[in-house]
Write a protein that binds this ligand. Sequence first.
Ligand SMILES: [Zn+2]
Length: 147
Amino acid sequence: MTCLECNVELGYVDHKNSMDSLGIELCHQHRTRMEKLNNQNGTPIEAIQLYYGLKEVGVSAMLEWWDGKKSIDIAISRVKLNIIVDCEYHMMTHEQAINDLEEAMHSFKNGFTTIRIPHVLIKHYLKETVHNIIGIMEGLRANIKAI
Ligand SMILES: [Zn+2]
């Protein structure tokens, strides 16, 4: 049991606290940092889990990346991929839907691809989610080369 961020050995208490709070193995210092992000910026726990899931397979992403207009949950700048973790439980209104579509349009115009991932998917299918994101990255990389 080591911290996913700094590889420091975790004691029983640190490990338990981190698993209870975030569901991932982090030392006290890095757990506190992520809890702060969750409390102050509203970063979904699942975005943090996905970030570390990607990190584990060697994908370097950025958490809470500011794109100039808004904060993106996870950004993978090498392939200009933005990932938004959706936590909405209620039905989407048409206003929200048109806002999402407009946001998608703006990011496409800037050369970015935005995908939205429901938080329950990360909760139950983290490995598969990571696997598919890697596939999307490969596709984007091929397209960038083609241009
Ligand atoms: Zn650490």
